[in-house]
Design a protein around this ligand. Structure first.
Ligand SMILES: Nc1nc2c(ncn2[C@@H]2O[C@H](COP(=O)(O)OP(=O)(O)OP(=O)(O)O)[C@@H](O)[C@H]2O)c(=O)[nH]1
Ligand SMILES: [Mg+2]
Ligand SMILES: [Zn+2]
Length: 334
């Protein structure tokens, strides 16, 4: 029997099947092979007991992708949820989420919640001015007053969407507002610092319509890009890819060097976006410095193969594979 993992609690995997929700455990073979299974995975179940609705998971089937943070499988869309207020909108953090989506090759939808809190017209205009020209879909909502939901619902159709954003922005509240019979736990932001209180603890997949799913996730804000090389950061900012770049300098980072063909792009870039770009570059440069330092010791490392001398590239000098980078991000979160 095939089903989809909707929730994971320590050793228990809750799998939605055609016969209902099945409480499952991993088969020991899976545990030994250290094959990880995540919310959103399709899995094959064995030893299914209809009476107790319990089974074992044999393996995952057809995993299309795996998002590293928040961890979920087979996601087709990321909805970055921010609050206009309480907690205050943080543009750098938003750009980090966007860059993270670009890194995972998923175009995000930007949802700005709590639009019922007053005096946000200027902020809304600023958001539209910055992010609309970049091609990102923008939706303003209020989970409290149920506004903007008519715009959000069609976006969810035929997708597995994951909500991501800081704690307290209203991710669970939005899902409760969309799904009438859903009562996910929500909690007020703290009075003192207006920050969320990490109410949602696990990823949970919920069905919103035929073939449409949404994943509620725990809020997070720490997202560092210290696993990329500086030239890779640029690829996460669509401003650079949207306009043809023919910079004459080799290895140019396009941060405003005279003669760089990106000067015009930078001049037209929103100030906050440029600041975020520079922040990410700093992290990438730290990473570059670290790996070049660490690899010096290993440069003498030479391998012989059929009498040919081959210089072995230090592991540390190589770019991290996408998988390793994702694992690193995940570890950081834990
Ligand atoms: N004024 C207003 N308050 C909202 C809105 N949406 C959510 N809230 C409130 O914001 C607080 C946090 O909402 P949650 O839904 O728990 O936030 P979350 O993003 O799921 O937070 P975590 O689970 O901690 O990541 C709650 O007190 C909600 O009632 C909104 O549209 N307007
Ligand atoms: Mg929540
Ligand atoms: Zn350049």
């Amino acid at each position: 029997m095939i089903g989809r993992v909707v929730k994971i609690f320590s050793d228990f995997y809750y799998v939605q099947t055609e016969l209902g929700l099945v409480e499952s455990k991993l088969r020991s073979v899976l545990k030994k092979g250290k094959q990880d299974i995540y919310t959103g995975d399709f899995v094959e179940l064995i030893q299914f007991d209809e009476k107790s609705m319990q089974a074992f998971i044999l393996k995952t089937v057809n995993r299309v992708n795996l998002i590293s943070k928040p961890k979920a499988a087979n996601v087709t869309q990321v909805i970055i949820v921010s609050a206009l207020k309480e907690p205050d909108l943080n543009f750098e953090q938003l750009d980090r989420y966007i860059a993270h989506c670009e890194y995972n090759k998923i175009t995000p939808v930007l949802c700005f919640n709590k639009e019922d809190i007053q005096d946000n017209d200027i902020l809304k205009q600023k958001i539209t001015d910055i992010y609309s020209p970049l091609g990102y879909k923008i939706i303003f909502t209020s989970a409290l007053k149920k506004t903007g939901l008519e715009e959000l619902k069609p976006v969810l159709f035929d997708n597995t969407s994951i909500l991501c954003g800081a704690s307290g922005v209203g991710k669970s509240s939005l899902i409760n507002a969309i799904l009438n019979n859903c009562k996910l736990k929500t909690k007020a932001v703290s009075d003192k610092n207006k920050k969320g209180t990490h109410t949602t603890r696990h990823c949970e997949l919920l069905k919103t319509d035929t073939n449409s799913y949404i994943v509620d996730t725990p809020g997070f804000s720490h997202l560092k890009f210290d696993f990329l090389l500086p030239y890779e950061v640029q690829k996460l900012f669509v401003e650079f890819s949207k306009y043809e770049l023919n910079c004459k300098f080799k290895d140019c980072l396009h941060t405003g060097e005279t003669g760089c063909s990106a000067v015009e792009i930078i001049e037209n870039m929103a100030e906050s976006r440029y600041q975020s770009y520079k922040k990410l570059l700093i992290e990438a440069k730290e990473y570059e410095k670290r790996i070049s330092k660490e690899s010096i010791k290993e440069e003498h490392n030479v391998k012989y193969n059929n009498n040919k001398i081959m210089t072995k590239i230090s592991n540390k000098k190589r770019n991290l594979s996408r998988k390793t980078a994702n694992q690193r991000l995940y570890k950081e979160e834990e």
